[in-house]
Design a protein around this ligand. Sequence first.
Ligand code: PGA
Length: 241
Amino acid sequence: MNVLIYENEQQIGIAAGNYMCGQVLQKPDSVLGLATGSTPLKPYSQMAELYKKGVVDFSKVKTFNLDEYVNLDVKDKNSYHTFMHENLFKHINIPQENINFLNGNSDNLEKECKEYEKRIKEAGGIDVQLLGIGSNGHIAFNEPADCFQRWSHVVTLKESTVKDNSRFFNSIEEVPTQAVTMGIGSIMQAKKILIIALGEKKAKAIKQLIDGNVTPQCPASVLQFHANVTLMLDKGAASLL
Ligand code: PGA
């Protein structure tokens, strides 16, 4: 694994945004796997900035987001659709039809998950998957479990994740308790993985990802088996290494 440690979030934002844009410059029709949460905010503003400066063109790019809440209106301010639109898509020139999300409002979620996998395959697979990591070691909404869930699936969120995410909602009761998420297999099939972690509360999960046992109790640990992983960490997230 390529472990890069930075002074602060600002520097990581620039480095990660440049990494994603570098991919698009090398391959203009890249397929990008995208993440939500606080971690990718600065990378997304760097991507928008480079687009604004005319450095990079997203018109041939396709994107697949990692996950979405179940039964939350896509127009809700907390949906991942809204997050991506507000923080990235409305600032760059990616065609609407190239943007892909799991539909958490589908009346057949299992079928939706299967079709999502098919769409990723038809697009040629994901070139770079951007990931954050949960304080409990989750990646996307793959929560600690007794086995790795391979493909996209419906998941019931752990209490710790509901609690982490409640900061965006008016109250913890409003946080959806289910989500649809890409699986560990979907993520592992990406050609390259860029994982970013900020702050000491991620330090334990990062330590386990890098040199702990590979176990579904820390889903991110599976990345030890991936051949092309880059980690961008601030000093807090790297504090136990
Ligand atoms: P965060 O979430 O970026 O908001 O910390 C990361 C994650 O849970 O994957």
